[in-house]
Write a protein that binds this ligand. Structure first.
Ligand code: NAD
Length: 294
């Protein structure tokens, strides 16, 4: 496994592709907006002019795209990944998409002899840059084993969680926890500020106790400064919470706090904040508590 075709060089994809280059892979990158392809080329990758060009000759194809329809178009579409991949190719979709679409992609790959893993990630932009993402993998044992060196180049915690689609189900649970945690950290910040407490000191001590969590570690400073450059965009988390709520409904599982978090994320997007980091849930909490901070 030495040649990787990487499709989707956004906030996550570009640093992940760059880490594959650093690990010694030949990486041909393609992205819809070409500026990002040039950035990969600056970091030692090869610029591909199309999906077909990125896929041709690749042992492994990685997709890191926004949403389910994007993956369906790029993988299943005309002149897409499956139309161009050799039958021995390993396709690893690392986007966060619906579990049923992950299964659809795996089945379509199997028909053409292409092996498919769903391998969504957690750890954010920082994890992508540092190469220590948490990767939750669905698919066959052999294919998971074959992808080890690729996963090692971009991940820290790499776990095979079950058959096709299982990675996406675990990622949905991840997004449920992250959204709920951001909301509680946001509420705590607004609460502490209203009481005139030194919030930096408060965050420091909270992070060391049972309330400690990665959102406090990685996002609280930005939230205190009202710095909401993404990171992870509200519109993507809104998409993920749609996956969570519908998957919960399909399974007959009630997730009251998750449903509330989904509503709040949706409201933030509806207010025109879809392009901000998801920690901007703080804006909504402030708005609910004050007249002048909307
Ligand atoms: P992004 O929007 O920054 O990147 C997606 C890239 O895909 C863009 O550069 C876009 O131009 C490209 N693209 C879209 N459609 C395309 C097509 N048809 N052909 C070629 N390129 C196309 O998004 P991101 O933040 O990098 O997220 C990517 C995926 O990873 C999403 O599913 C997201 O939910 C997930 N994710 C993001 C984070 C994060 O913190 N940003 C963390 C974990 C998982």
């Amino acid at each position: 496994m030495s040649t990787v075709g990487f499709i989707g060089l956004g906030i996550m994809g570009l640093p992940m592709a760059a880490n594959l280059v650093k690990a010694g892979f030949e990486v041909a990158g393609y992205n819809r907006s070409p500026g990002k392809i040039a950035k990969l080329a600056e970091q030692g990758g090869t610029a591909a002019g199309s999906v077909a060009e990125a896929v041709r000759g690749a042992d492994v194809v990685i997709t890191m795209l926004p949403d389910s329809p994007d993956v369906q178009a790029v993988v299943l579409g005309e002149d897409g990944v499956l139309a161009n991949a050799a039958s021995s190719t390993l396709l690893i979709d690392m986007s966060t998409i619906r579990p049923d679409v992950a299964r659809e992609v795996a089945a379509a790959g199997a028909e053409r002899g292409v092996r498919v893993l769903d391998a969504p990630v957690s750890g954010g932009e920082a994890g992508a840059i540092e190469g220590n993402l948490s990767i939750m993998v669905g698919g066959a044992d052999d294919d998971f084993a074959a992808a080890a060196s690729v996963f090692d180049a971009v991940g820290g915690t790499i776990v095979h969680v079950g058959p096709a689609g299982a990675g996406q189900t675990v990622k949905a649970a991840n997004q449920l926890i992250v959204a709920g945690t951001i909301e509680l950290v946001a509420e705590s910040i607004v609460f502490l500020e209203a009481h005139g407490v030194d919030t930096e000191a408060a965050v420091k001590v909270l992070a060391g106790g049972l309330a400690g969590n990665r959102i406090l570690e990685r996002k609280a400073a930005g939230m205190l400064a009202r710095e909401f450059t993404p990171g992870f965009r509200v519109e993507l988390h809104d998409k993920d919470l749609g996956i969570v709520t519908s998957a919960a409904r399909e399974a007959g599982v009630t997730i009251p706090l998750g449903a509330l978090a989904a509503q709040l994320m949706g409201a933030l997007k509806a207010q025109g904040h879809g392009g901000l980091d998801h920690s901007a849930l703080l804006k909504l909490v402030e708005q609910l508590s004050t007249h002048d901070k909307a």
